[in-house]
Design a protein around this ligand. Structure first.
Ligand code: PLP
Length: 249
C-alpha cells in the first residue's frame, strides 16, 4: 500500500473553496425551502490527476465524477493502491458508447448518470445482468433541445420510461441533464424542465418496479446555485472545485 502524495497548499486552497461552495449551496437550498443536506456536491476530476483527487478528498469531497471510461478505469486502478482512497465513490457522468459499457461496469461506478438512450439502457442492463450485478443509473434528458447535447428528448423518455424501469440489471434512481452554457435564463428553464419531467414521470413508475426518481443531477461550475434552487440533488463541479483561479462569486 502506498499513499498518494499531494500539495498541502493546494489542498488548503480547494478546502477553502469547498467551504464557500457549500455555503452557497446551503443558501440556494434555503431560498427554495429545501434542506441543504439533500444536495451532494460532486467533484468532477476529469481534468486533474490522482494527486489532486487525493487533495480534494482530504479537503472534504466524498464523491467524484469522471466522463471518460478509459480515464475512470485508469484513475481507479491508481487510487486502489492507496487504502484511504480505494473505496471513494466515483460516478460515470459522460457520454457512454455501447462498446465501453463493460469496461465501465468493471469499474463499479456508484452511479452512471449518462444513460442517454433507451438502447443504452438495454445494453447496460444486459451486461450488468451477465455480471450478476444491478447498476444504479440516471436517465439523461436533453431538456433544452440543443442539438449538441446528448440525452433523450422528453417525449422519447415518456414513451420508453416504463420499459426502461422494467429492465433487470439496472435500477433507475433519477434524471440528469446539462444546461446550455452562459445563459442563466435558459439554464433555469432547463433545470425546472427536468424537475417537472421528474414529477410527471414519478407517477408513471410501474407498480412493483424498484425504480425511483429521487435524484436530479444538474448544475455545473457556472450554474450550480440555480440548479439547487430548482431541485438538484447532485451538482457536478469541475473547474470551480479544482481550479483555484476559477471565479467563485
Ligand atoms: C466536465 C463536466 C462537468 C463539470 O463541468 P464544470 O463546468 O467544469 O463544472 C459536469 N458534468 C459533466 C457531464 C461534465 O462532463
Amino acid at each position: 500500500m502506498t499513499r498518494i502524495a499531494y500539495d498541502q497548499d493546494y489542498e488548503r486552497a480547494i478546502a477553502a473553496r469547498r467551504e464557500e461552495i457549500l455555503r452557497r449551496v446551503a443558501r440556494a437550498a434555503q431560498e427554495a425551502g429545501r434542506d441543504p443536506a439533500e444536495v451532494t456536491v460532486m467533484a468532477v476530476s476529469k481534468t486533474v490527476d490522482v494527486d489532486k483527487v487525493a487533495a480534494a478528498h482530504a479537503a472534504g469531497y466524498t464523491c467524484f465524477g469522471e466522463n471518460r471510461p478509459q480515464e475512470l478505469a485508469r484513475k481507479l486502478s491508481l487510487l486502489a493502491e492507496d487504502e484511504t482512497l480505494a473505496d471513494v465513490p466515483f460516478h460515470m457522468i459522460g457520454n457512454l458508447q455501447s462498446n465501453k459499457v463493460n469496461m465501465v461496469l468493471g469499474c463499479r461506478p456508484t452511479l452512471i448518470h449518462s444513460i442517454a438512450s433507451p438502447a443504452l439502457a438495454a445494453t447496460v442492463a444486459r451486461h450488468a445482468t451477465a455480471r450478476g450485478i444491478v447498476q444504479d443509473v440516471l436517465l439523461e434528458v436533453n431538456v433544452s433541445g440543443e442539438e449538441s447535447k446528448s440525452g433523450m428528448a422528453p417525449d422519447e423518455l415518456r414513451a420508453s420510461f416504463g420499459d426502461i424501469c422494467a429492465l433487470a440489471g439496472i435500477r433507475v434512481r433519477g434524471l440528469m441533464t446539462m444546461a446550455p452554457r452562459s445563459d442563466a435564463r435558459v439554464a433555469r428553464l432547463t433545470f425546472r424542465g427536468l424537475r417537472e419531467l421528474r414529477d410527471e414521470l414519478a407517477d408513471a413508475i410501474p407498480a412493483g418496479s424498484d425504480a425511483s426518481l429521487s435524484a436530479l443531477s444538474m448544475g455545473m461550475s457556472e450554474d450550480y446555485e440555480e440548479a439547487v434552487r430548482q431541485g438538484a440533488t447532485i451538482v457536478r463541479l469541475g473547474r470551480i472545485a479544482f481550479d483555484p483561479s476559477f471565479p467563485i462569486d
